[in-house]
Design a protein around this ligand. Structure first.
Ligand SMILES: *Cc1c(COP(=O)(O)O)cnc(C)c1O
Length: 388
């Protein structure tokens, strides 16, 4: 049932935190189980040929997955949600709606794996694409072509935390007949709802904040565009990059606490940013909540708060690499969005695949995913790690 209408109208008027807990997550009709069960089955018995309760084979649909898809659609304010095996599988499904010769304009700072998928999978297959500074209308106009079909926007960006104006970009693309996709992984729908700002599609790595506990890999697509939803639903089943029921269950459990977790991530990020600004050796702090951040105005307009991701620059690459190895509370690891704080060196870790490309990240950059530990412990860890 992945391609059916994902709305749960009963909760349509409820607040965000309520929908995160209830939309798509009614008690199990068969048993009364309060939590959506893990339907660990590949197939469903039919009463007669073609007569079934809505599920026939679990690649095409599974009740646990349906619950997550309904919840995700509700949180993003979209009509249709689709769960995928990873964030990259979700993005792949969106790009497969295009055809060889079509052109995509994308931001010039995106997740390294997203860039690798464009450059080494969809590019060789025939999709044209150009990375562009999306805050410059001149750059956008210069890159735009008659065959541009899609504008790919990640905001805030990974790892530079650049913010792009979703409403302005949607207006620009729509005037020219293209769709807009927003990778909403960093902000989550708790802080930013791209569909309401004019975007056509939202993609997520649910591995990050939506899952929230660093224990699952997953992805999602949400849209209210019926034609696109039909295509994505078809691709979800026909290509088959679907998540298993346990993974879906973990993401569903994660999103129940999304609202409170995001508040704590934002609070702690503020404490971390304040500490970084005082530390000698930190040349620049990149955080959309800072008034001198170039995207601060756009962030204030389109986000409810500024998120839990913070990047900063040290003297040089050697200093950044050395600092990454000195943290004790922050764990040196890729990924982000979990309850535990993580630190990483994007140039040598998450964004290695952008080396030598127009998206190469500075070597002196360190990225933090600020968790929900006691902020005093995080600040103390920053002091000891950056004192050396
Ligand atoms: C991690 C990430 C992805 C890719 O998601 P996976 O679940 O790792 O496949 C895409 N976009 C952003 C912004 C990410 O952080």
């Amino acid at each position: 049932m992945g391609d059916t209408d994902g709305r749960d109208d009963r909760w349509a008027r409820a607040g965000f935190a309520t929908r995160a807990i209830h939309a798509g997550q009614d008690p199990d009709p068969a048993t009364g189980a309060v939590i959506v069960p893990v339907y660990q089955t590949s197939t469903f018995a039919q009463r007669g040929v073609g007569e079934h309760a809505g599920w026939d084979y679990a690649r095409s649909g599974n009740p646990t997955r349906d619950a997550l898809e309904t919840a995700l659609a509700s949180l993003e304010g979209g009509a249709h949600g689709f769960a995928f095996a990873s964030g990259l599988a979700a993005g792949d499904a969106v790009l497969r709606t295009l055809a060889p010769g079509d052109h995509v304009v994308m931001g010039n700072d995106v997740y390294g794996g997203t860039y690798r998928q464009f450059a080494r999978v969809h590019g060789p297959w025939g999709l044209e694409f150009d990375p562009v500074d999306l805050s410059s209308v001149d750059a956008l106009e210069a890159a735009w072509r008659p065959e541009t079909r899609l504008l790919w926007v990640e905001t805030p960006t990974n790892p530079l935390l650049t913010v792009f104006d979703i409403a302005a970009l949607a207006a620009f693309a729509h005037e020219r007949g293209a769709r807009v996709v927003v990778d909403n992984t960093f902000a989550t729908p708790a802080l930013q709802r791209p569909l309401a700002l004019g975007a056509d599609v939202v993609v997520h790595s649910t591995t990050k904040y939506l899952g929230g506990h660093s224990d699952v890999v997953g992805g999602a697509v949400v849209t209210s565009d019926g034609e696109l939803a039909e295509r994505i639903g078809f691709l979800q089943n026909a290509v088959g990059g679907v998540p298993g029921p346990w993974d879906v269950f973990l993401v569903l459990r994660g999103i129940k606490t999304l609202a409170v977790r995001m508040r704590a991530h934002c609070e702690n990020a503020r404490a971390v940013v304040a500490a970084l600004e005082e530390l000698p050796g930190v040349r620049q702090v990149l955080y959309p909540g800072l008034p001198d951040h170039p995207g601060h105005d756009a962030a204030t307009r389109q986000m409810d708060d500024f998120g839990g991701m913070v990047s900063f620059r040290l003297a040089d690459e050697a200093a950044a690499v050395a600092a990454c190895g000195r943290f004790r509370v922050f764990t040196l690891a890729e990924s982000l969005g979990g309850v535990e704080s993580l630190v990483e060196h994007p140039g040598r870790m998450t964004h290695l695949s952008t080396a030598g490309s127009p998206l190469e990240v500075p070597g002196d950059l360190v990225r933090l995913s600020v968790g929900i530990e006691d902020p005093a412990d995080l600040v103390a860890d920053l002091h000891q790690a950056l004192a050396g």
